[in-house]
Design a protein around this ligand. Structure first.
Ligand code: ZN
Length: 65
């Protein structure tokens, strides 16, 4: 299982997927939602909204539930 590059926390499939979406499709290192929010200097809710948005679009990188 992937872990967050910054804080070392174990990542969910959604966190791996949103890193690919927001940082790079070819990313091999991933960030958790908290560290992504920090990286983009935005609120955590913004990242969670993006995850929701991509799921709604049916992006296959994300878990379906
Ligand atoms: Zn982290």
């Amino acid at each position: 299982m992937a872990v967050c590059k910054k804080c070392g926390r174990e990542l969910t499939q959604d966190e791996v997927a949103i890193t690919k979406r927001l940082v790079s499709r070819a990313a091999t290192e991933f960030l958790c939602v908290d560290c992504l929010a920090d990286y983009f200097r935005c609120k955590k809710s913004v990242i969670l909204d993006r995850i929701h948005y991509y799921k709604e679009m049916g992006c296959t990188l994300f878990s379906s539930n």
